[in-house]
Design a protein around this ligand. Structure first.
Ligand SMILES: [Cu+2]
Length: 143
């Protein structure tokens, strides 16, 4: 019976990783902000205080992301990590946050990867997002 355990684990791992979109950020949802030195993300939508703008964004390596919370992070504590269903998992290795007080928190995103984040109070209301970091574009690539 214990021989079944590895197989069950594999099925669990496979099914969770096949849902690749982190924190409900599908490929088409990402705002392209590559080449910006500073990118700001805030829950500043007057019609929905639980919505980050931009919620899903692509930036270049070595971008400073300034998170702003309205009214403050005490009301919307922000953590790096993933939301799966009704469960949020804090990632202590994330370069994002945690921000639990004040109104602004900065994160330097130095290396490529995807870095999801969420509000610990309201992630079940969709207060979450994700940042994809890609290698920096060089000036020669622009007109
Ligand atoms: Cu919140």
């Amino acid at each position: 019976m214990f021989r079944l355990l590895p197989m069950v684990l594999m099925i669990v791992l496979f099914s969770s990783s096949s849902a690749f979109a982190l924190n409900s950020c599908q490929d088409g949802d990402f705002a392209d902000m590559r080449g910006e030195a500073v990118v700001r993300i805030a829950n500043d939508d007057p019609t929905n205080p639980f919505r980050y703008r931009p919620r899903c964004v692509i930036v270049s390596e070595a971008t400073r992301v300034e998170f702003r919370a309205l009214p403050n992070f005490g009301m919307h504590p922000l953590y790096g990590g993933t939301v799966t269903g009704s469960m949020a998992t804090f990632d202590p290795a994330s370069p994002i946050g945690p921000f639990t007080s004040g109104t602004q928190g900065d994160s330097m995103l130095m290396s490529s990867g995807e870095f999801p984040f969420f509000c610990d109070f309201h992630f079940t209301s969709g207060m979450m997002g994700s940042i994809r970091v890609v290698p920096e574009l060089f000036a020669e690539g622009f007109d």
